[in-house]
Write a protein that binds this ligand. Structure first.
Ligand code: SF4
Length: 490
C-alpha cells in the first residue's frame, strides 16, 4: 500500500502522471530547489513564534514516533502543536504546521505558506489535512492559510502579528466525501500500470512548472505549437496536429499574434523592420547610460522600510557612452557590507554617476523603473533624482519585442538571454560563475545571511562584478547591432 502525503494529493490532482512517476519512477525525481526548501523551513519556524507556548513534534512526519508524540500533546491539551502529525489506517498522513487548541474540544488547522496570498493548491492541501485529522477523530473547527502580509513595512524589530496574514479558508475546502473519493481515485491510479502521458500547456504549468517536463516533453521541439499558440488554443492545436509547427495549416498560423515568428522559424529567416528600429533610435539622446540592477527578495524583510519579498537592489552596473561609437566607461556599485541595507549607498553612487541628461537604457524597463519608484518612496530624500532617472529611461527590449529584429533561434522570446546569443554570439554567459539573476540573488542572500566564508564571499564579489557588467555590455552590443543595420541602409 502506498502512503499518501498532502503533497502527493495535490500533485495527483494536478496530474495523475506526476503522482505515478513520483511513486514508481524514482529515476525521474526532479531535483529539489534547496534554497526554496530552506526558505520554507525558516518561514515555518518563524510563523510558530506567532503562536508561542506550543509543543513541537521533533520526529519527522514519516516516522511513526511523530504520530505518538502528537497523540501525547493532544492528550495533554497543548495550546498549540507545531508539525502535528496524523496518519490514517489506510495510509494517508500529514503534518499540520500549527494545530491550535480551541479548548472546547475542537482544533484549528493553520497551514503556513511562503506566499503573499492563498493559492488554489493550498486549498487542496488544507482539504487533505482536514480529511486526515477528521479521520483520526480530531474535531476541526476552522482551517486557515497563513501567508505573508504584502503590505507590512518593517520598522525596527519584526512584528509577527503584522508580518503574517491569516486567511480563513474553511468554507472553500473540499468536504470529507469529496476528499475521500479523490484519494480512492488516486490510489486506483497508483495501483494500475503507467498511464499514457497526456501533456498540456495549461496542465503542465498549472500551480507551478512541473518537474517531470524533461521526461514528458522530451519529444517536443524547442520551438513548438506550445510556444507559438496561447493557453487552451495551444492544447487544441497540439491535439489535432501534434507539437511540430510544420504540420499546422497556414491559415491557422496566420491568425497568431506573432505569426511572423512562426514563418521566420519555418523559413529560417530573420525579421528586420527598420521602421521599428528607427522609431527606437530616434528616442535616444547621447550620452547613453546603460543601466542594470541586481536584487534580492528576502521573504522576511531584512531592513527598515522594506516589505516581504520586496526586490532590494544591491548592485548596479552602468556603462556610459558619450558619443555614437565612442569610448565606454564603466561605473558600478556592489554592496559588500553584510547585514546592512544596500540601498542608501547604491542610490548615492547612482546619482553621482548617471548625470542629468542623456538616455538611460535598460532591458525590460518595468523592472528598473519600479525599483526606482520603490526606492523613491522608501528614501524620499532621493525621490526627485530617482524619478528624474525614470523619466530618461528607454527600453531596449521594445525593438526586439515588437519584432524590429528577430532570429528564429529566439524561439518566440525576446529576453536578453535570447537576443544576445542570437545577435552577438561571441558574447556568452556560459563561462561566467553566475549565469542569471536568480543565481546572483540566491548567492548574495547567502552572503547577507552569513552562510559564506570570507574566501567564498570574496569569490562571490568577483563573480558578481563580472556578471552584472556583462548585462550592460550586452545592451551596448545589441544597440550596436541595431545602429549597424540602420547605417547599412543609409
Ligand atoms: S509534465 Fe505534464 S504530463 Fe508530465 S507529469 Fe508533469 S503535468 Fe503531468
Amino acid at each position: 500500500m502506498f502512503r499518501i502525503s498532502k503533497s502527493d494529493y495535490v500533485l495527483g490532482i494536478k496530474c495523475p502522471n506526476a503522482l505515478w512517476f513520483k511513486k514508481h519512477r524514482k529515476d525521474l525525481q526532479p531535483e529539489m530547489n534547496q534554497a526554496v526548501l530552506d526558505n520554507g523551513t525558516a518561514v515555518g519556524e518563524l510563523a510558530c513564534n506567532r503562536f508561542p507556548g506550543g509543543v513541537r513534534i521533533t520526529a519527522k512526519p514519516w516516522e511513526e514516533d511523530a504520530i505518538t508524540q502528537t497523540k501525547t500533546a493532544v492528550d495533554n491539551n497543548a495550546p498549540f502543536i507545531y508539525e502535528a502529525t496524523f496518519g490514517t489506517d489506510t495510509g494517508e498522513y500529514c503534518a499540520v504546521d500549527i494545530l491550535r487548541n480551541n479548548n472546547d474540544g475542537t482544533w484549528d488547522i493553520i497551514e503556513v505558506k511562503s506566499t503573499s496570498s492563498p493559492h488554489d493548491y493550498h486549498i487542496l492541501d488544507a482539504s487533505f489535512q482536514r480529511f486526515v485529522l477528521t479521520h483520526c477523530g480530531i474535531k476541526i473547527n476552522k482551517c486557515f492559510i497563513m501567508t505573508f502580509n504584502p503590505n507590512y513595512v518593517r520598522h525596527g524589530d519584526i512584528e509577527l502579528d503584522k508580518l503574517f496574514d491569516l486567511h480563513d479558508v474553511t468554507d472553500k475546502l473540499q468536504d470529507f466525501d469529496t476528499a475521500q473519493r479523490e484519494i480512492a481515485r488516486l490510489r486506483a491510479i497508483l495501483d494500475g500500470p503507467e498511464l499514457g502521458i497526456a501533456i498540456s500547456k495549461a496542465k503542465c504549468s498549472n500551480f507551478y512548472e512541473c518537474g517531470y517536463k524533461c521526461h514528458c516533453w522530451k519529444d517536443v521541439p524547442p520551438y513548438s505549437v506550445f510556444d507559438a499558440f496561447r493557453g487552451a488554443s495551444a492544447d487544441e492545436i497540439y491535439a489535432k496536429y501534434g507539437a511540430d509547427l510544420h504540420n499546422v495549416p497556414a491559415d491557422m498560423r496566420a491568425k497568431q499574434m506573432h505569426a511572423g515568428d512562426i514563418e521566420s522559424f519555418l523559413d529560417n529567416t530573420d525579421i528586420v523592420n527598420k521602421d521599428i528600429l528607427r522609431d527606437f533610435t530616434n528616442k535616444l539622446h547621447w550620452p547613453l547610460y546603460f543601466l542594470d540592477y541586481e536584487t534580492i527578495m528576502p521573504a522576511v524583510p531584512m531592513f527598515d522600510n522594506s516589505r516581504p519579498y520586496q526586490q532590494i537592489c544591491f548592485q548596479f552596473s552602468l556603462h556610459v557612452q558619450r558619443t555614437p561609437g565612442g569610448e565606454l566607461k564603466h561605473y558600478e556599485y556592489l554592496h559588500a557590507e553584510r547585514g546592512t541595507d544596500p540601498r542608501p549607498g547604491l542610490i548615492k553612487r547612482l546619482i553621482e554617476t548617471i548625470g542629468d541628461t542623456g538616455s538611460v537604457i535598460v532591458y525590460n524597463q518595468s523592472f528598473e523603473q519600479v525599483r526606482n519608484s520603490e526606492m523613491a518612496i522608501d528614501f524620499p530624500e532621493y525621490a526627485d533624482e530617482l524619478n528624474a532617472i525614470n523619466a530618461r529611461m528607454v527600453d531596449l527590449l521594445v525593438p526586439f519585442r515588437e519584432r524590429g529584429l528577430y532570429r528564429p533561434c529566439q524561439n518566440g522570446g525576446a529576453s536578453i538571454k535570447l537576443t544576445l546569443p542570437a545577435f552577438v554570439p561571441e558574447m556568452s554567459y556560459a563561462n561566467l560563475d553566475i549565469h542569471n539573476g536568480n543565481e546572483a540573488s540566491t548567492q548574495f542572500l547567502d552572503f547577507m545571511s552569513g552562510k559564506l566564508t570570507s574566501d567564498e564571499a570574496l569569490q562571490l564579489m568577483q563573480s558578481l562584478h563580472e556578471y552584472c557588467g556583462q548585462d550592460t555590455i550586452a545592451m551596448v552590443r545589441l544597440l550596436d547591432v541595431i545602429l549597424g543595420i540602420l547605417q547599412c541602409q543609409n
